[in-house]
Write a protein that binds this ligand. Sequence first.
Ligand SMILES: Cc1cc2nc3c(=O)[nH]c(=O)nc-3n(C[C@H](O)[C@H](O)[C@H](O)COP(=O)(O)O)c2cc1C
Length: 312
Amino acid sequence: MKNLQITIWNITFDNPIFNASWPACTSLEELETLWESSSSAIMMKSCSLESRDGNPEPRYRDVPLWSINSMWLPNLWYKKYIEFSHILKQKYNKPIIASVVWFTPEDFRIITKAFQETSSVDMIEVNLSCPNVVWKPQIAYDFETADKIISMVESLWDKPLWIKLPPYFDPSHTDSMSEVIKKHPQVKFITCINSVWNTLIIDPEKEEPLIKPKWWFWWLWWDYIKPVALANVRAFYKNLWDKVTIIWVGGISTWIDVFEFLLAWASLVQIWTVFVKEWIDSFSRIKKEFIDYTEQKQKKSYDEIIWKLKEL
Ligand SMILES: Cc1cc2nc3c(=O)[nH]c(=O)nc-3n(C[C@H](O)[C@H](O)[C@H](O)COP(=O)(O)O)c2cc1C
């Protein structure tokens, strides 16, 4: 399968793999580096109403099977990303996606309105899965608030809506979130999953936590979270297969991860930790491996892969 191009809701992706929102898509220079890579889109760092420095260092560590952080959303403020969107749109022809986060619903109203009225982005990913207010549930764990926020965004944004969800650990919760999404016809993309939040790792030698905690509980990523991501993709596919496109993020390092997730109901995938480890070569490596494997399996199109997981 040499042609990996995929068009969803009128947006064309050169291949199914692009970057997740994370620190190295914060500056214009970093975003331009993504253009030079095989990433099929340029996803920007989650932006807030005001610029943020985030937590003090050390706030990130990765080892072979996981990465952990307590970054606390460092970003330039949202107006910078609106400015970048014009520069990127003029120079490059990849889809540009903004990631939006907020600390009060009012922040979010202002940011969405500004992106709608003054930006050149193709899409916004609404990050409902960051612990915005410490010791309060993430928005996506509070179904009533999530419903209200999505309604507000729908009233301000005239393109398909994209929301990023946290992992759910109880099937009743994926069902409740699915019911919320069904009420909002504009929601056409969901990203599963953001971090597994509320984790702690100790360095036994030093008898101290591995990174600097602010509230002691951090976000965990990569291989450790892949089975959780798969199950969440599966649950949302079961409930929403005729309504949304599912983007999988969490634990991708090789073509086999991409293949599994396309089989298991995702249509696009985002990568992060592997990008940090290999930099932009990660996109071209995974893409090449995926092409080689589909050729070897004589798969001619996505129709022969996506959603084709067999039942036992
Ligand atoms: C240091 C770090 C910062 C991140 N910042 C954001 C962010 O600002 N917005 C967001 O939606 N996700 C953020 N994420 C989550 C990633 O987008 C992604 O969901 C996660 O890393 C899972 O992918 P992976 O297993 O390939 O790393 C961040 C992840 C890490 C490790």
